[in-house]
Write a protein that binds this ligand. Sequence first.
Ligand code: PLP
Length: 442
Amino acid sequence: MERKRIYLCLAHMSDAGLEQKYIQEAFDTNWVVPLGPNVNGFEKDLESFVNEIKVPEPVEGTTFNDGISTGSMTCLNKRLVALSAGTAAVHLALIACGVGPGDEVIVQSFTFCASSNPITYLGATPVFVDSEKDSWNIDPELMEEAIRDRIAKTGRKPKAIMPVALYGMPYDIDRIMEVAAKYDIPVIEDAAEGFGSRWKGQVLGTFGRYGVLSFNGNKMITTSGGGALICPDQEAWQKIMWLATQAREAYPYYQHEAIGYNYRMSNICAGIGRGQMTVLDEHINHHKHVQKMYEELLAGVPGIHVHSQPCSGEKYDSNYWLCTITLDPSLRVKGQENAYQTVIQGAVGGAAGVVHATESAHTDCEPNANVEAMRVILDQAGIEARPLWKPMHKQPVYKDAPAYVNGVSESLFKMGLCLPSGPCVSDEDVEYIVTCIKNAII
Ligand SMILES: *Cc1c(COP(=O)(O)O)cnc(C)c1O
């Protein structure tokens, strides 16, 4: 029997088919526009979710937080705007923090380009900061060094600080907020991959001035494509809403006194989102379950390490969006002498077959041969695996941007792989994947 291909993280609809019910309602009531009852309803659902703090119960003898809480309370008062993409949320948050041409923004280098690209849309410059070993996220000490050095070099403070919850893992938000407060710089949390991850029981994205969420097809929940911005208060919320709807002034005709954007989420997409909110907890628990299985099944395999949250169940509560592993450089994998022999035909996640042809199979910074060999073996076994995000300070497009590095993200990039983790990945799939990994090792 032919196996179904196992993907990194596929969208998964609620068993009750609520997504279709909400979409049908939108059609029936003719709300096929970028506003409407589903958008409002989705925003309300998101607000209830992010405003609730769960008092976490430490799990004895493990770094694993199973999400069981001793209690929960609604203590926050954040407002949300649903948008067409997480990238749009990053863009609007930067604008709201006053980022403009010539400004600098501190951003985690170990991330997807959607964190940093909007900085350049605004004519500003990203200042990349490397990661700490434990969480793989922005190193608060190095971040402070970067802030001090930028002030010394340019005479001006960076306009914002953007940590990123890589693969769902929380950043050390306590220390980040401490440094940010010391220099009075607003924090924009990129929690696009960390929707539902918590720090001391509080949802990521609710600590900084703004928080970015993504509902792309491969994220924790999906609206097919979409995102949201968590706003600190009513005033900020109004400003974001206004910017997201082409900055219309209150006149019977279209009067524009500022440049706005067409970034509001459609009522159809929001219908999917409302259905997805009913399975969010289920999805998070499943991702955690898959992570736990990988941790257990790969525990005894020499040369392979599963990335797990640092030893403090009370602080870290990752949604484990993707399970990630690293391969020791000394680990020998079948076929590694032939790695990178062929030029890749399709880019990772390339749009409808549109890819830029490359001339060489190599770049000056790429995953080790054993990692590439493992990727190819898994691919041939019908398993999608992918290298970690290539740090932005190693991307040619950002070669001129200032970077404060300690080698952590570059070294992880060379050793790391993401494994299938979504709600469509079964226990049997995980066992099969681990067997394939073990068989690939010489
Ligand atoms: C997915 C993602 C985004 C952007 O989200 P989109 O909805 O795809 O625009 C931003 N930052 C990070 C780190 C992401 O992974």
